[in-house]
Design a protein around this ligand. Structure first.
Ligand code: ZN
Length: 572
């Protein structure tokens, strides 16, 4: 049994995510986790909310809530929606957890011991009215270049000129609007990533099986221009992990916190400790996933993320781990995604454009979305959600192909043989041909799933459903029954067993439909079909079943038009 550690990029806390976010990491990660569990492997699937940083503070202020309370509420909401989409995390943690505080401080201490952290004195804008330092992007003023009055301290959005906050004319706080600002000196810690360049280079070179796209992105960041730069890991904020060296205070860094980019990926690890603590497990139980000196040597670690996150996962986080000098498990495979666009434009959280996860579940069950999103995953290029395509895909693949097969065979059986698997007859050459085709296709499906080729996997699964339909169409038990009821019985027996086979194979994509089918078949045999012929005899003659409700309802033109209108504007 293989042991597979899976993490999905952790979503930021400040709001509900849209379907583009979902298909960019959490959903394909869930597909892979479910597949590996289905194959009988041991899986640890972790995700969490990313809760620190100024955007969380500002979102909390906007909601008129203390930031800790705001994050707790948003975490509960995101967690509930994840359950709605059947995302099967072993734990959905929080980067603000005490476990992540301790581990982040631990890593900082180890990096300091290794001489990889240096102090830098910087000038930063302090707002008296807000009682805090302001990050560059939270200072607004008039652009010296084009006169735009709402230019940000890091860049003018109008003329795209890169700016320093001190360049702005009439600068003011974007938080409070106050102009009572002052440039002050402040001290920050920098992680000396430049010193880790050779180690990172060698590590990336050792990844012979990574896609070229991934290694080339990493190499570009590592070598282009001045190469990998040292990076600030602290901030003058209240909300975050207090700066400490392990358990000890860090003289001169009082009142400061670690920068969110530093603590967020450490939560991948801390999340496992959260899982252990929440489930009465020991430290050894989570460390066997993360420490190569404590059992993680044979673990395969796979990360899922959007393409914009690749440099971060190939350089920044590995720099933290390598720099610590400790034997932490590092990533074996990265699976990254392009963007999903929405109906001729982009999904936009800030503009509320597109379908958001909570809204999606209000109008249709999760499986409809899971199937469309995964079968159209933006793998080799961006892909686009349109309501027409969604309607067509659901109606054809789910309703016409899979749903119709289930409905025909169960209803025909009930009317001619009653609600149990019929006895009599034998499987003949036609059935053997189907078994041969299914065997070939199922092995191909496994190969695509193992390689995390999401679209190819969906295509193969669909072809497996189609093969059953084609068999049923040509076997035509409803005609055969009149002449040779024994033969029809064998055909129906095969068909009912095929439903169970489909339920097992389809679980990674449409887990709720799998549950419905297994309940209707009165079976809990979810064993993966290593031997297809044996799998198609799993339900013996006499085994009772019930005809399931309509598995997938078709989307009508009226519904499609209504949703198209409803989601065309801005989210209120
Ligand atoms: Zn400008």
């Amino acid at each position: 049994m293989a042991r597979i550690l899976i993490t999905s990029a952790i979503p930021y806390i400040n709001g509900i995510k849209h379907l583009g976010n979902l298909v960019g990491s959490q959903l394909p990660a869930d597909l892979y986790a479910r597949f590996q569990r289905g194959r009988g492997n041991e899986v640890m699937f972790l995700c969490a909310t990313d809760e620190h940083g100024t955007p969380a503070e500002l979102a909390a202020a906007k909601a008129d809530k203390p930031v800790a309370e705001y994050c707790a509420e948003m975490h509960a909401i995101q967690s509930e929606i994840a359950k709605g989409f059947a995302l099967s995390f072993d734990h959905f943690g929080r980067s603000s957890s005490s476990q992540n505080h301790a581990l982040t401080q631990h890593f900082a201490g180890k990096l300091a011991e290794a001489g990889l952290i240096r102090e830098v004195t910087e000038k930063q804008v302090y707002s008296h009215a807000d009682g805090r330092f302001l990050p560059d992007r939270y200072i607004e003023g008039t652009c010296p270049n084009c006169g735009y009055e709402r230019a940000r301290g890091d860049q003018c959005e109008e003329c795209t000129k890169q700016l320093d906050p001190t360049d702005l004319i009439d600068p003011r706080s974007a938080v409070s609007g106050s102009t009572d600002l002052e440039v002050r000196e402040t001290k920050h810690l920098y992680l000396c990533q430049s010193q880790l360049k050779d180690q990172l280079d060698a590590w990336i070179d050792s990844k012979k099986d990574w896609p070229v796209l991934t290694t080339s992105i990493a190499k570009k960041w590592l070598h282009d221009g001045d190469g990998l730069q040292d990076r600030g890991i602290t901030r003058d904020l209240d909300w975050g992990v207090p700066v400490k060296k392990g358990d000890a205070d860090w003289p001169g860094m009082e009142g400061k916190v670690f920068y969110v980019w530093f603590d967020a990926p450490i939560e991948y690890i801390a999340c496992a400790k959260e899982w252990a603590d929440a489930n009465g497990k020991s430290d050894a139980d989570w460390q066997r996933w993360w420490r190569t000196d404590k059992g993680a040597e044979d673990v395969k670690y796979v990360q899922f993320m959007g393409k914009d996150n690749v440099p971060f996962h190939t350089l920044s986080f590995p720099a933290t781990i390598l720099g610590s000098g400790e034997p932490w498990k590092m990533v074996d495979h990265l699976k990254s995604f392009n963007y999903l666009n929405y109906d001729g434009g982009q999904f936009s959280t800030s503009q509320g454009r597109g379908v958001f996860m909570d809204q999606a579940l209000e109008i249709l069950p999760a499986d409809y979305w899971r199937w469309w999103l995964l079968s159209h995953a933006p793998e080799s290029s961006d892909s686009e959600f349109t309501w027409e395509n969604f309607q067509q895909s659901v109606n054809k693949d789910l309703a016409d192909v899979l749903g119709n097969f289930v409905s025909r065979i169960t209803k025909f059986c009930r009317s001619k043989f009653g609600e149990e698997v019929p006895a009599g007859g034998e499987y003949g050459p036609q059935e053997q041909a189907l078994i041969d085709e299914l065997t070939t296709r199922i092995r191909a499906y496994e190969g695509h799933m193992e390689a995390m080729e999401v679209r190819k996997s969906a295509q193969e699964l669909r072809a497996i459903w189609v093969a059953g339909n084609e068999y049923l169409q040509s076997a035509a038990p409803w005609s055969v029954f009149k002449e040779d009821p024994e033969r029809a019985a064998a055909q129906v027996r095969l068909g009912l067993n095929l439903i169970r086979l489909y339920a097992v194979l389809s679980a990674p994509f449409i887990p709720h439909a799998t549950d419905t089918l297994m309940a209707a078949l009165n079976s809990d045999d979810r064993n993966w079909p290593e031997d297809v012929a044996a799998a198609l005899s799993a339900l013996p003659a006499g085994h009772g079943f019930t005809v399931p409700e309509v598995l997938f309802a078709k989307i009508t033109d009226e519904q499609r038009e209504e949703w198209q209108t409803r989601f065309s504007g801005t989210r209120s």
